[in-house]
Design a protein around this ligand. Structure first.
Ligand code: FDA
Length: 402
């Protein structure tokens, strides 16, 4: 095939996920010729499995402070130009039933498939073309744009958007494609690591807590030193290998290996004061007293793991000892040994260094026509619909600039 016969496009989007489909639809609807390529056979598998199958598609309170990045200001421009209300408007236009779960988190009433269908329809309105499943062999830049050798032949494109996401959940098609392309063009990467991920502990130190698997309770959780402390109030879940639940997923994005996490198991109660006050008002033993506030199975396990006898009468205990127990309950310090890794992580922290990109357009400053959007970029949202909002907003930012 000669260059003249090579199919040519205004835009090639690599990655038919949340950000890629959003971007393709915007550019297609502006009358440009768009091709989307994905190596998977199904569209947007991550949307399909997100939010327990109901897709937490945005968050009403999405703001830049809900995102982690080495360059925290980078996300402001895209997020302010395409807000959660803009996406909600689209959802309402497609009459997709939704509800707010809590803290501004919006979920589909029926199924995440509704969001996939909506994005597919938006792409169809823009006459977007697809090649799926189709892998990319090489991507080269020449004076006219890009020449891309794919499993289904060579295509050329004036612009290329890399929307292949991060490394989480390799079994549904996550790859390091975006980082490889970045390296090929000499673009810096912030070291990727699993985020929004359960934390694990070494088997020996976790053994006393294994029987607590399945217990869930609302806690305050924090990590970091005085200057960089971050606190979340969310549900904590005990598992066989460690801790999970929204509290842990949130803190995991901030946690650095070797750092402690601190958990306040009873954020609304000063346990030491309550125990000392109870010395004169109750005949209860420790376990019975605490079982009024926490699941009995958790109380028993915690007391024995911390070296306290649950049978001991509170009235017989010294204040010093009760203060120590209070400290353990209100400020339980734990040293995770690691995380469940990309196998279980909802997102990847790090990625293409935002200092290499224009914050208005997501284009690589040094490579005109090449863009990175979505999770591939070093912008990571909190749990609660923020990551999809970034995918939509960065996709639109690039789409409007092309
Ligand atoms: P995304 O991962 O969506 O898409 C990337 C696409 O690129 C995929 O289609 C993939 O097949 C393709 N691709 C990868 N490598 C390729 C290659 N080499 N060649 C060609 N194609 C390639 N967020 C949120 O806000 N609310 C939620 O409810 C959830 N829930 C949730 C649950 C679970 C289990 C996970 C794992 C993640 C979430 N998330 C979430 C996070 C959210 O799914 C994620 O941030 C976005 O999907 C990122 O969108 P992207 O388009 O950047 O990547």
């Amino acid at each position: 095939m000669t260059i003249e016969e090579t199919p040519s496009y205004d835009l090639l989007v690599i990655g038919a996920g949340a950000a890629g489909m959003m971007c393709a639809s915007v550019v297609g609807q502006a009358g440009k010729k768009v091709l989307v390529i994905d190596h998977a056979s199904k569209l947007a598998e991550k949307i399909r499995i997100s939010g327990g199958g109901r897709c937490n598609f945005t968050n009403l309170h999405a703001a830049p402070n809900h995102f982690l990045s080495e360059n925290p200001h980078f996300c402001k421009s895209a997020l302010s130009r395409y807000t959660s209300q803009d996406f909600l408007h689209l959802v309402k236009r497609y009459r997709i039933a939704f509800h707010e779960k809590h803290k501004g988190q919006l979920f589909c009433d029926e199924s995440a498939e509704d969001i996939i269908r909506m994005l597919k329809s938006e792409c169809e309105l823009g006459k977007v073309q697809w090649r799926m499943p189709c892998s990319i062999n090489t991507l080269q830049k020449d004076e006219n744009g890009f020449i891309v050798d794919t499993q289904q032949g060579v295509v050329s494109a004036a612009n290329v958007v890399i929307a292949t996401g991060g490394l989480s959940i390799p079994k549904i098609g996550a790859t390091d494609f975006s980082y490889r392309i970045a390296k090929q063009f000499g673009i810096k990467i912030v070291e990727p690591r699993p985020a929004l991920v359960p934390l694990t502990f070494d088997a020996q130190s976790w053994a006393p807590f294994v029987p607590m698997a399945g217990i869930s309770l609302e806690v305050d959780i924090e990590t970091g030193d005085k200057k960089n402390k971050i606190v979340f109030r969310e549900d904590l879940l005990f598992t066989h290998r460690g801790l999970s639940g929204p509290a842990i997923l949130q803190i995991s994005s901030y946690w650095q290996p070797g750092q402690n996490i601190r958990i306040n198991l009873l954020p609304e109660l000063d346990v030491a004061n309550a125990l000392i006050a109870a010395k004169t008002t109750t005949k209860k033993n420790l376990a019975n007293f605490l079982a009024a506030y926490l699941p009995a199975r958790l109380v028993d396990g915690l007391l024995s793991a911390q070296g306290f006898d649950g049978e001991q009468k509170i009235a017989d205990m010294q204040d010093k000892r009760l203060r120590l127990l209070g400290e353990k309950m209100n400020r339980w310090e734990l040293l995770p040994s690691g995380s469940e890794g990309y196998r279980k992580a909802e997102v990847t922290r790090g990625g293409v260094d935002t200092r290499e990109l224009s914050q208005q357009s997501m284009m690589v400053k040094a490579v005109p026509g090449l863009y990175f959007i979505g999770e591939a970029v070093d912008v990571t949202g909190w749990l609660g619909g923020f990551n999809f909002q970034w995918a939509w907003a960065s996709g639109v930012a690039a789409g409007k600039a092309i």
